[in-house]
Write a protein that binds this ligand. Structure first.
Ligand SMILES: C[S@@+](CC[C@H](N)C(=O)[O-])C[C@H]1O[C@@H](n2cnc3c(N)ncnc32)[C@H](O)[C@@H]1O
Length: 301
């Protein structure tokens, strides 16, 4: 079959409809090993046409003009050839039902991380209280801004080692109307907030093992290394967090950390050994151990 996204001067006058393009691209993506070929084709075509994805279903029989096909072709090539994630091609990802700008400088927020947000909200039960909250390694600002959206009184600080990520997080805060309510600070782990105490500390740190990088989905090559890898074994940042978190928590304050299911038991052990209370493992929607939660039950020094 001719490549319908091609808009060259071959004299190919055939009319390509929305449905033709979706069918062709779905097959093409499937051949190239893209996980969700039809969904990706729909999202990219809707983007090229300036439509919402659901609007495509009403326009299956409409022809697609050469200009839109040229834009679409570019997106298809980047998705299939370079394995660029759809969110990066669209420049946006929905998280906690909020739109987040994403660029190559931030991790694209994942649905798994909504488990962490939900667990965090459950630990901020008093609607009248101005809880102090820290999101360590905020990336796009996903966790901090989801919490700000739900808890407008909370005093939220979001930190990251990467100034480029913080720039995106600030833009997301502005766009979501939270520019005034979240404080963004740059630095390594707790260094930017060294003299403060928090009711809740949340973190989705880099936790993949660099040693297993070869086995990872090719899409991950488009995300910042600093957001993905926690050293050779995946534990570099988790270990430092477990070691340093206790003195940063108010008495009765909570620490919630996202991790790989295989890391949960080890991190529970570290947190308990650090003098915090009994740690609990929380599951994500797929039933995998995804978050470790622990409360500071140690006595103030
Ligand atoms: C897995 S991403 C999480 C991004 C965002 N919180 C989310 O859940 O989508 C980890 C983030 O931690 C940041 N980071 C890595 N090492 C750090 C460190 N030592 N101190 C502070 N932030 C760090 C990375 O730059 C990255 O933005």
């Amino acid at each position: 079959m001719t490549d319908p996204t091609h808009t060259g001067t071959s004299g190919d006058e055939r009319v390509w409809t929305v449905l033709d393009l979706l069918k062709w691209t779905t097959d093409h993506f499937a051949t190239k090993g893209v996980d969700t070929p039809r969904l990706d084709a729909e999202l990219l075509l809707a983007h090229a046409l300036g439509l919402r994805r659901l609007d495509l279903y009403l326009r299956y029989e409409e022809p697609v003009a050469a200009e839109a096909r040229a834009h679409y072709r570019q997106l298809v090539v980047q998705r299939a050839g370079e394995r660029m994630p759809v969110a990066l091609l669209l420049g946006e990802k929905e998280f906690w039902s909020l739109p987040f700008k994403v660029t190559k400088n931030v991790l694209t927020p994942r649905p798994d991380t909504e488990t962490l947000v939900e667990a965090a909200l459950a630990r901020l039960p008093d609607a009248e209280r101005a809880y102090s909250v820290l999101d360590l390694g905020t990336g796009s600002g996903a966790i901090a801004l989801a919490l700000a959206h739900e808890k407008p009184l909370a005093r939220i600080t979001a930190t990251d080692l990467s100034p480029l990520a913080l720039e995106v997080a600030r833009q997301n805060a502005e766009a979501l109307g939270a520019g005034e309510s979240v404080r963004f600070l740059e630095g390594d782990l707790f260094e930017p907030v060294r003299d403060e105490l928090f009711d809740l500390i949340v973190s989705n740190p880099p936790y993949l093992a660099r040693a297993s990088a070869q086995a990872l989905a090719p899409e991950l090559a488009h995300e910042p290394e600093q957001a993905l890898f926690g050293g050779d074994d995946g534990y570099a940042v988790l270990g430092r967090l477990a070691e340093q978190v206790r003195p940063m928590l108010e008495a009765g304050g909570w620490f919630l950390v996202e991790l790989d299911p295989g890391q949960a038991a080890t991190v529970v052990g570290w947190l308990e050994a650090a003098g915090l209370g009994e740690a609990t493992i929380l599951k994500d929607l797929a039933g995998r151990s995804r978050v470790v939660a622990v409360q500071n039950r140690s006595q103030p020094a």
